[in-house]
Design a protein around this ligand. Structure first.
Ligand SMILES: *[C@@H]1O[C@H](CO)[C@@H](O)[C@H](O)[C@H]1NC(C)=O
Ligand SMILES: *[C@@H]1O[C@H](CO)[C@@H](O)[C@H](O)[C@H]1NC(C)=O
Ligand SMILES: *[C@@H]1O[C@H](CO)[C@@H](O)[C@H](O)[C@H]1NC(C)=O
Ligand SMILES: *[C@@H]1O[C@H](CO)[C@@H](O)[C@H](O)[C@H]1NC(C)=O
Ligand SMILES: *[C@@H]1O[C@H](CO)[C@@H](O)[C@H](O)[C@H]1NC(C)=O
Ligand SMILES: *[C@@H]1O[C@H](CO)[C@@H](O)[C@H](O)[C@H]1NC(C)=O
Ligand SMILES: *[C@@H]1O[C@H](CO)[C@@H](O)[C@H](O)[C@H]1NC(C)=O
Ligand SMILES: *[C@@H]1O[C@H](CO)[C@@H](O)[C@H](O)[C@H]1NC(C)=O
Ligand SMILES: *[C@@H]1O[C@H](CO)[C@@H](O)[C@H](O)[C@H]1NC(C)=O
Length: 890
């Protein structure tokens, strides 16, 4: 049986297209035929075990993979997809699912095309903050800045602006937005690409970004699904490159309740918002690879959340063919198996062979194609569409059609289309609107504009002397931090530094201006600070993606302090100037306690990672043209230990094991649970005016009780006929192949030879029900995109009055928290918020409609949501720790 085969394969160190190692690793009390092999030698040393965090830490096998049925508002897209897919041959369907190979075409990912129907290949392009690898594009503020605005409209508008730029370059799928990492660990390298460690805030921003991107006719890709909470040990090959010897990507071990109430929450919002695609992540979850984890893909994403679009792998995140397909993966990227530019693919010819030999049912391939085309039509893309007019691999006008292999002849690969429109103005505005004012004493801000001498300090105020794009994917920390590093980066078309913008400002006001753009000339720094009327110190802390290391930070940060001598420079300035203003550019929290308490530091601003207009944006806030209204989307703790969870920096097992023993208690939930006072709490932020909260009103809304979904699916449909004769699937005569390209055709009519799977045809184990195309029950918590519709019904209406009691008009982000009152529930959790513009002396009403989901708890046993019989409270106020209005929810 398979256990023998698996052992033999593992011993031989050979990968097979036919791999059910995920089942071997899942616990055997859910029908897996394999003994429990969950690393009995591994004992976690993490001392902080929260009650409940070990419950149902499993990913039991769940088959068959649910087929799309056009649920919710997908029916029109479904019908168009059916008409299209019904015309396709087997190899054409396979083409849609398979990336053609890294750097072989123009986008970071491209599928095969369908030339017979004039359907060009799908172009998939990074990044979540603009278009990666392209000219004449905008560099938008990072996701963490969008979260700091707490402004739904900013999230939507930024999505729409990015979508418009992608569309203008011919991109079909923007690989954005990000809700995983959520931000379990503040050092997490990619947290800035996403939004906030709070699932409700992230969920709203994720959904609005999706709607924005897709409003421009570009498919969004919600990523990375799921528990991708650190970059260390995400894949074996890139870990080996740093000298770490691991045998598989890390396994994030998480209980089902935490999964549902925290990490899955924003993905539910994204699916509800109609996201066309989801990217599965590099890591394992509960000892099963995220891209072949049938519990996460089949059961939760496509079953419970009713996801109607398609799942693509992260780049090289696919670990098998047959097993992944049956577990719910619909598209493999960039096409090859385990290393870039290898000739082998798990899909392509292997998928064609697997359908012909019957291990992958025809309905499953049809569903893969249907899901991809339904996503395409859902955003109203058209078969005949603009060509891809840029190349990711060169900025030259002319280059090889197939870049990596230098084939296909030299052709025009870049049209240099300027897609920026008026986005620069919006980016400036969003930069200012995402700047959080943390401290402001002695009337330090706004500046008067009449300061005789303004001094600016820090490399973070200036440009990169080698040029803003000189480091690969921004993988360095020279100059002002306007964009962090990795595949989430974008190339600058221009960059307005703080030094430039502030000098222009001061000079236009008739003042004197001097800047020192390094942190090491301490003697002169002190002397200049002593003479100046105001000293503005810029300091930063950077992070990025694991494949690039900066100053020994392998993606994830090594510390939560400032980089590059900023502490020393700041100490020197503050020791000499009693009006020192600190501006922080950072990917997340930095330790600030001593600066909060420093008598000469009169103001502190967190400006995040603001994009190309960073200088103008900070000038707008410092001058008072913009009254800051942003709030922290994370907690700034006194030190990193206060957060509890941390990055696993050295492997603790050949398959690194990351036990989420803190459960739901990350960020402010951890601080609240352990009663730790942070420096600045989640949701905190000042304004140049003040607000007062009064008149809380809670109205119970009469709704019918929660109804578990009872329906079943239809039987799996198939579209079109196909012959079972391998001879019909060999390469067309005289076809000129591009080297290293992944095609859907077979090399030989002998399937064993064509597949080249070293274990082809070995008696394999097909999980129970995996090929069953009969009608299937739908999970109780399911029934529509986003989950059971009755979760989203309003159960309470909460109102409060907010009055601007200060001198100027401004924004206030009113926040609503709920205490669900269960034994293992967080003290309070954010559920709703609204950013309100309020004129001086005026009042506005904050309204939030509490949904059933907001007060529900997940039951692992029942596999459903329920409202616990406990005392629930609602809080409204200005931050997670400034909540003057409280009421009990009856
Ligand atoms: C099919 O997958 C196997 C790995 O099991 C690989 O060795 C082989 O090259 C793949 N075949 C094709 C056509 O890519
Ligand atoms: C698959 O896609 C490739 C690349 O776009 C194309 O050359 C080939 O003709 C396609 N195959 C089929 C069957 O359409
Ligand atoms: C079917 O094809 C797949 C893909 O090449 C291969 O991995 C598997 O071993 C084959 N199974 C059988 C039963 O021939
Ligand atoms: C924290 O890391 C940064 C970047 O590597 C480094 O510049 C800084 O000195 C470190 N801080 C401390 C206190 O070691
Ligand atoms: C604050 O600045 C003054 C100079 O203006 C200096 O004399 C004093 O020592 C500074 N305070 C601290 C705590 O550094
Ligand atoms: C805020 O409102 C409360 C309740 O009406 C009132 O007692 C308090 O004085 C107000 N505070 C300010 C600063 O206006
Ligand atoms: C393939 O090329 C050969 C030689 O050029 C030619 O004789 C033959 O007709 C071609 N076959 C097809 C199907 O085009
Ligand atoms: C199929 O044939 C091509 C051309 O001869 C060769 O490069 C490729 O490696 C073959 N693939 C397999 C899986 O045998
Ligand atoms: C099919 O190919 C395999 C692998 O190359 C070979 O061992 C086998 O003999 C072939 N079968 C036939 C019928 O030619």
């Amino acid at each position: 049986m398979r256990s023998f085969v698996a052992t033999a394969l593992a011993a031989a160190g050979v990968a097979s297209a036919y791999d059910f190692s995920n089942l071997a690793a899942s616990k055997n009390n859910y029908g897996s035929p394999f003994p429990d092999t969950v690393y009995p030698d591994f004992v976690s040393k993490d001392p902080v075990v929260v009650e409940g965090s070990k419950e149902f830490q499993q990913s039991p096998p769940k088959y068959p993979s649910p087929w799309t049925e056009g649920l919710g508002d997908w029916s029109e897209a479904y019908e168009k997809a059916r008409d299209f897919v019904s015309q396709l041959t087997l190899t054409e369907k396979v083409n849609l699912t398979t990336g053609t190979g890294w750097q072989l075409e123009r986008c970071v990912g491209q599928t095969g095309g369908i030339p017979r129907l004039a359907f060009r290949s799908l172009c998939l392009q990074d990044s979540p903050s603009g278009i990666r690898f392209a000219d004449y594009v905008s560099v938008f503020p990072a996701g963490v800045n969008v979260a700091a605005t707490w402004d739904k409209k900013v999230a939507f508008d930024r999505g729409a602006a990015m979508g418009a730029e992608h569309k203008g370059k011919g991109v079909d799928i923007q690989l954005a937005p990000v809700a995983g990492p959520l931000g379990r660990v503040p050092e997490g390298g990619r947290n800035w690409e996403g939004f906030s460690p709070d699932p409700a805030l992230t969920g709203v921003m994720f959904a609005e970004s999706i709607k924005g991107i897709q409003s421009e006719g570009v498919m969004a890709c919600g990523k990375h699904y799921i528990m991708n909470e650190q970059d260390h040990f995400r894949l074996k090959p890139d870990s080996e490159a740093y000298g770490f010897n691991i045998s598989e990507p890390f396994s994030a071990n998480v209980d089902d309740e935490t999964l549902h109430e925290m990490y899955l929450w924003p993905f539910a919002d994204g699916v509800k918002a109609g996201v066309a695609s989801i990217m599965c992540s590099y890591n394992q979850v509960n000892s099963s690879q995220a891209c072949q984890n049938s519990y996460l893909l089949n059961y939760i994403l496509k079953g419970e959340l009713g996801f109607q679009g398609f799942v693509m792998s992260d780049w090289l995140g696919t670990h098998s063919g047959v097993a992944s397909t049956l577990a719910g993966l619909d598209m493999t990227m960039p096409g090859e198996t385990t290393s870039y530019n290898s000739v082998e693919t798990w899909f392509g010819g292997n998928l064609t062979a697997a359908v012909l030999n019957g291990t992958v049912p025809a309905w499953r391939l049809d569903d893969m194609a249907m899901r991809i085309m339904a996503g395409f039509f859902y955003v109203e893309r058209e078969i005949e569409r603009d060509p891809i007019n840029f190349s990711s691999w060169t900025k030259d006008t002319y280059g090889y059609e197939h870049y990596y292999v230098g084939e296909g002849g030299v052709t025009q690969v870049n049209d240099h289309v300027d897609v920026r429109g008026e986005h620069g103005k919006l980016i400036r505005q969003w930069g200012a609107e995402s700047t959080v004012l943390l401290k402001n004493v002695n009337g330090a801000l706004p500046l008067t504009g009449k300061e005789p001498l303004t001094a600016v300090f820090g490399y973070d105020a200036g440009g990169n002397p080698d040029g803003p794009n000189s480091c690969e994917d921004r993988g360095c920390n020279n100059g002002s931090l306007a964009m962090s590093w990795g595949s989430g980066s974008t190339d600058f078309t221009y960059l307005v530094t703080p030094d430039t913008a502030l000098q222009n400002e001061v000079v236009s006001n008739g003042g004197a201006y001097e800047s020192v753009l390094n942190n090491y000339g301490l003697e002169y720094i002190g002397e200049l600070a002593r003479r100046s009327n105001v000293s503005i110190v810029f300091a930063n802390s950077n992070a990025g993606e694991w494949y690039l290391q900066v100053d020994g930070n392998l993606g994830d940060r090594n510390n939560l302090t400032f980089w590059g001598g900023a502490d020393e420079a700041l100490a020197r300035v503050a020791g000499n100037c009693s009006n020192t203003i600190l501006v922080i550019h950072s990917v997340g929290p930095v330790e600030l306690e001593k600066y909060k308490n420093h008598e000469n530091i009169t103001a502190i601003l967190w400006a995040g990672v603001p994009g190309q207009e960073t200088g103008n944006a900070i000038a707008d806030v410092l001058s008072g043209r913009v009254n800051p209204g942003a709030k922290l989307p994370f907690t700034i703790g006194k030190n990193r230990k206060d957060y509890g969870a941390d990055v696993l920096y050295t492997p603790n097992h050949p398959v690194p094991q990351i036990d989420h023993q803190e459960g739901k208690f990350i960020d402010y939930r951890a601080f609240d649970l352990h009663n730790i006072t942070p420096t600045y709490e989640f949701g905190y932020g000042l304004s140049y005016t003040t607000f007062n909260y009064t008149d809380l009103k809670v109205t119970k809304v009469n709704t019918s009780p929660y109804t578990p979904y009872m329906g079943e699916s239809k039987p799996a449909p198939t579209f079109g006929n196909f012959s079972k004769n391998p001879a019909d699937y060999t390469f067309p005569a005289n076809f000129t192949r591009v080297s290293l390209f992944h095609y859907p055709w077979l090399n030989s009519t002998n399937l064993t030879a064509a597949s080249a799977d070293p274990h082809y045809g070995l008696p394999g184990f097909i999980p129970e029900n995996a090929t069953d195309g009969t009608a299937q029950p739908i999970p109780k918590a399911g029934g529509a995109p986003g989950g059971n519709p009755s979760l989203y019904e309003t159960v309470y209406r909460v109102e409060a009055t907010i009055t601007n009691t200060g001198p100027v008009a401004g924004y206030e982000v009113a926040q609503l928290y709920i205490s669900r009152g269960g034994p293992y529930d967080p003290v309070r959790e954010l559920r709703g918020f609204e950013k309100l513009w309020i004129e001086a002396g005026e009042s506005r009403t904050f309204v939030y409609e509490v949904t059933r989901r907001d007060v529900s708890s997940w039951s692992s046993g029942e596999q459903d949501w329920y409202v616990r019989n406990s005392t629930k409270k609602v809080f409204v106020g200005a931050s997670s720790r400034d909540l003057p209005l409280v009421a009990t929810l009856s």
